[in-house]
Ligand binder design. Structure first.
Ligand code: JDH
Length: 255
């Protein structure tokens, strides 16, 4: 998979791409990331990439011509078969499902804006898909693009251990159970004794209950869509009560 990234801050990618799994994936030729400085496609002596918004308002807007020329030059005829992704806080929410969809292509283009965003004609001309990584405001699209590269790259065969990926694909849609490793006691906190018991049925039940109770407390939206067995409902009924719940709200916070 080839990623072409268009940015005025290519240096922002060196850290995330040069460590660990993404580094190994590039060394093994499974992933390549080509960084393109949008300023290289400017034509004025100041190498301007931004200008004031038409209609007024605060801040500056990235101009269309340098970005459009950059993407057209780099992608050439492949522009028509390569998804062009534009990172923006007002984009469609990037999810694991979208990552799986994007991982099917041999090449992706990612456009990173700065300032208040990008002239909308870039989206129209390049038929770009606008994505957002979440409901918070970044200073620009670079960190969002790095997140997308990370999430999509690990879905490419050979990038990570196939066992880990398989576990994910049949995952229940619940949050994960808590994990422990050595030492068995740290700062007076013992690992839950069931995990040292060797009773694998008991361990599986404990982990299922932890996953259910954490999901209920933190992501009740996920619980709604999970397929729960009568045994799951029994385990859920035994979850510790929410310590912040007001007694008057007990009825409303059930299930
Ligand atoms: C790309 C510039 C900074 C800051 C205006 C927006 C009120 C617009 N999940 C994500 N968060 N942020 C980004 C992202 C941010 C970007 C660019 C992506 C390019 N910026 C910027 C402030 C505004 N602001 C929020 N509204 C509630 C107005 C852009 C992102 C992604 N992906």
């Amino acid at each position: 998979m080839r990623f072409d990234v268009f940015t005025i801050f290519p240096g922002m990618f060196s850290g995330p791409l040069s460590e660990s799994i993404l580094r190994r994936a590039q060394e093994r030729g499974l992933v390549s990331v080509h960084l393109h400085n949008i300023r290289d496609w400017t034509t004025d002596k100041h190498r301007s990439v931004d200008d004031e918004p038409y209609g007024g308002g605060a801040g500056m807007v990235m101009m269309a011509p340098p970005i459009v020329h950059a993407v057209e030059d780099v992608l050439g005829a492949e522009l028509h078969t390569t998804p062009v992704i534009l990172l923006t806080p007002s984009g469609e929410r990037f999810t694991q499902d979208i990552a799986r969809e994007l991982a099917q292509f041999p090449r992706l283009a990612l456009i990173c804006g700065r300032y208040e965003g990008i002239d909308d004609r870039v989206r129209i001309i390049l038929n770009a898909r606008e994505l957002s990584i979440g409901d918070y405001v970044l200073t620009g699209g670079e960190l969002a693009a790095a997140v997308i590269i990370d999430v999509v790259a690990r879905l490419i065969p050979g990038v990570i251990d196939p066992e880990s990926l398989a576990e994910e694909s049949y995952s229940s849609g619940l949050l994960e159970y808590p994990q422990y490793t050595r030492p068995p006691v740290f700062r007076g906190l013992a690992v839950p004794s069931v995990l040292l018991s060797g009773n694998h049925a008991k361990i599986a039940e404990w982990r299922r209950q932890q996953a259910l109770c954490r999901t209920k407390a933190r992501r009740p939206d996920l619980l709604q869509r999970a397929n729960l067995t009568p045994r799951d409902w029994k385990l859920l009924a035994e979850c510790p009560p929410d310590p912040f719940a007001h007694p008057e709200m007990a009825e409303r916070t059930e299930s």
